[in-house]
Design a protein around this ligand. Structure first.
Ligand code: PLP
Length: 436
């Protein structure tokens, strides 16, 4: 049997030790496909085992197959952090195991979710009074927004820029909607002049912080076009939205106050463990029209007075995700989040300046936040091989993007433990491997 106090102390000790020692591990898992599965039994144990066996096998079998997102030299995709308050709150969430499909099935979960979404909206400078709730991922939040837009407009077309995240393509494909991609300008922003008439478009998706280069679409101009066409405006700020906690980045949210819906991932840059995607709308009734479906067994006498968040999105069962965000907001405060964002942006600026000073390298996109897009001068193949060598070293983990048809490297800073020393080391490894 598991002894919660004894085994819990061991698990917490494991977590604390992991965070202390993670910087010594190879960032990218250095295993071949199937290697972990081969070491695991093909059937579940017939008899109960002690929890310490789980911790033992986590160390011995699973850890070699973990890519360490909590590593200070994790620079791939968008770097994320599960901060200590978030980690602890996840334990409490699992302990409560609330399933908040109706208000009455977990009133505190539903009400705290509304409160923390209001808090974050205020911190990011969003209009007051928007309805906010949490989805698991930005992919599902954007899917939900597109569904609401389709119901509200009765139209079947989605428009976004060619730099929008693939979750928009996927949503359109899953919904059987047409997708039109608008070209981008020299800074990878949607070319509003090519938006054309949107009067047959259900939703236009503008991105604040694109996945490849963190470009910022001109949201205010997209909002003008959406207004003219009677089109829903969804803004995807999955990564960059968190930066709006700092006034100096608010320029990027100009026009967002006119959006019909907006997604920001707290599990990207807001120190909150995966998964926690924040979705706001100024048109909650349209979400409700799209998603409310209450079968007889879920009818409750308090339904008229009590908000059930399952009526605003695809899922019925809802985890108590607000708890971890609440813990993060309380334990960091606005100033702590600002310091985290500014640290990432300052480190990215330093790295960018080193790249600019070295004539063998070039910066490939304007940097707005904490991601630097750059490349070694030379062929795509040379850069792709360089990235393979860098990642195989285990010293850091980076990813790539295609910009203007060219292969570029991305250094994405966002881990809470990343220091200047880590970024320096990344630059050293890149130059070492480039000369290899
Ligand atoms: C701009 C943007 N939108 C959406 C997503 C999808 O996020 P999620 O993994 O939460 O679905 C990403 C992922 O990196 C992204 O960069």
């Amino acid at each position: 049997m598991t002894d919660l106090r004894r085994d819990g102390a061991a698990a917490l000790d494991w977590a604390a030790r992991y965070l202390e020692e993670v910087s010594e591990k190879p960032v990218l898992a250095q295993v071949k496909p199937g290697a972990i599965r081969d070491r695991l039994p093909s059937t579940a144990p017939a008899q109960p085992e002690p929890f310490e066996h789980v911790l033992r096998d986590l160390d011995d079998i699973l850890l070699p197959g973990i890519t360490h997102w909590q590593h200070p030299r994790y620079f791939a995709y968008f770097a994320t952090s599960a901060s200590e308050p978030g980690i602890l709150a996840e334990l409490l969430t699992a302990t409560l195991n609330s399933v908040a499909f109706l208000w009455r099935t977990s009133p505190a979960s539903t009400e705290l979710e509304g409160v923390v979404l209001d808090w974050v909206a205020d911190m990011l400078g969003l209009p007051s009074g928007w309805h906010g709730h949490i989805e698991d991922t930005a992919s599902i939040a954007t899917l939900a927004a597109i569904i609401a837009a389709r119901v509200a407009t009765g139209r079947n077309q989605v428009v976004c820029s060619e730099q929008a995240h693939s979750s928009v393509d996927k949503a359109a494909r899953m919904l059987g909607m047409q997708l039109r991609k608008v070209p981008v300008d020299e800074e990878f922003r949607m070319r509003v002049s090519e938006l054309d008439d949107l009067s047959d478009t259900a939703v236009v998706v503008a991105t604040v912080g694109t996945t490849a280069s963190t470009a910022v679409d001109p949201v205010a101009q997209v909002a003008d076009a959406a207004e003219r066409g009677g089109t829903w405006l969804h803004v995807d700020a999955a990564y960059a939205g968190t930066a709006m906690v700092c006034p100096e980045f608010r320029w990027a949210f100009t026009g967002v106050e006119r959006a019909d819906s907006l997604v920001v991932n707290a599990h990207k840059w807001m120190l909150t463990p995966m998964d926690c995607s924040l979705l706001w709308t100024r048109r909650p009734e349209d979400f409700r029209k799209a998603f409310s479906l209450i079968p007889e067994y879920l009818r409750a006498p308090d339904a008229e007075d009590a908000l059930s968040l399952s009526e605003y999105g695809p899922a019925l069962g809802r985890r108590f995700r607000a708890l971890k965000l609440w813990a993060v907001l309380r334990c960091y405060g606005r100033s702590g989040l600002q310091a985290h964002v500014r640290n990432g942006v300052d480190l990215a600026a330093k790295f960018e300046s080193w790249v600019r000073q070295d004539s063998d390298w070039e910066v490939c996109a304007r940097r707005h936040f904490s991601v630097v897009c750059f490349r070694l001068k030379g062929s795509d193949q040379r850069n792709a091989e360089l990235l393979e060598r860098v990642n195989a070293s285990g010293e850091l983990f980076m990813s790539h993007a295609m910009l203007r048809g060219r292969y570029v490297l991305r250094l994405a800073i966002g881990q809470m433990s990343t220091t200047e020393e880590d970024v320096c080391r990344a630059w050293d490894v890149l130059r070492r491997e480039a000369g290899a």
